[in-house]
Design a protein around this ligand. Sequence first.
Ligand code: ADP
Length: 519
Amino acid sequence: MDQAIPSSIQASVDNHPRAEKRHYSEVKKKKMTKQVEIKYTQLFIDNEFVDAVSGRKFPTLNPVNGNVIAEISEGDKADVDKAVNAAKQAFDRNSKWRQMDPYIRGQLMHKLADLITRDLNYIAALETLDNGKTYANAVEDIKASIACLRYYAGWCDKIQGSTIPTGDTNITLTRKEPVGVVGQIIPWNYPFMMAIWKWGPALTTGCTLVLKPAEQTPLSALYGAALTKEAGFPAGVINVIPGYGPTAGAAIAEHSEIQKVAFTGSTEVGHIIMAAAAKSNLKRVSLELGGKSPLVIFDDVDVKKAAEIAHDAIFSNHGQNCCAGSRTFVHSKIYDEFVKHAKQLALAKKVGDPFDSKTDQGPQIDQEMLDKIMDLINSGKKQGAVVETGGNRAGNTGYFVQPTVFSNVTDDMRIAKEEIFGPVQSILKFNTMAEVIERANRTNYGLASGVITKDINKALEFAQAVEAGSVWVNCYDAIAPQTPFGGFKQSGIGRDLGEESLKEYLEIKTISIKITKEN
Ligand code: ADP
């Protein structure tokens, strides 16, 4: 099936500063002619693409215009059951997968990384079409996914247990074993990368898996599934079930033969997943949830550079980022100058066709998110924050939002408390370290944070005091395959990435051996 991206997106803007009008109208004239062939639209179970048991399908939409890209098989409980059965068989102790030398498991993962590298441009195009992120960003995501997969490939034959002193009449050792069949539920903001973040540690440790991509963005995970078959993974090791959260997702969370569920998404759904795990079989749970991450900028910095870091921290991926620096705390001495730079950076952002190399920001993911973002923007206006730039939807087709900067934001405003998940920067003013630490931590979230200062003591004092899983000093979003990522408080449980994430997929077995002396 060939899916043409529509010819234009009418991103004209009313009631808007002139500079913005200029770049939106440039976008309006461009034709979006990229063709992306959609190869896989069915469920992937036991190394085969199959229809859903119910025969139902659901549409995946192009966020540029809301048009249907493709009809996708809609998995639900019956399909999750089938996939879990396939994954169970693949996990049988005599299966090819279980018997495999871990080094060979690593080679399979490298082979998968080779195939993703071969098809990088295609997968990136699929991602841009389904998600709306810019093609350049999609390419970066796929490259990061390859790096992640290769990082985990290297771990396969290095997962060692230990020997434990229990006296000369015993030998006690530990073995680290895969937990079994795992369920993985992922969001739409980094569709391919999230799949790989989850597949990496699961495959490394020798688990088998059932993954549900987000209903908004099923295409790249399905293509990735096809590549796992081509790479040579045994049937049943990797299964992909597109479908909706309350049906397919819930069936995974509740399944009594899934031993662990890994979830990335909203805090609200995180609560549901954990409750389902508790009510069913006490499966292990790892959750990577929402955030309202503080980025604190002291007065000893190069203000323009700090504004650039803060800009990327919030606007990358159109603000659709769980660790987005969505509360920009700026010292009162540099506040006005900082706001000026922040406004200029947002004004310079080109919004439009995500396939156009000049575009910085494509559409948001869907109507629901557009409505949510606009509701929060309007709340900011009503509650007295100053709109420095933006503040409106961009155009009236698709889900585009003007890059928006609010100044004079106070802690009590909704835009300072709720996760917006959109291109909206909220700039708050502070005076002292003690004050900003207290305010930064005054949230139920704790995913990430940042501090910009030339003073190492200030940086370290903040880094130690902030309640967040990541602290980025003089940078932001410094995430690598080997760096653990996850949240304090209601931003999650457990960690993705790094050695830490392997622990989520391993059981430890203690083996105690008695030595009987000859005489
Ligand atoms: P977002 O707000 O980022 O869309 P969600 O938490 O709603 O995040 O969705 C993240 C993932 O969780 C998606 O794959 C979605 O289908 C799934 N999901 C949503 N609701 C449920 C649920 N009740 N049970 C299991 N999974 C769910």
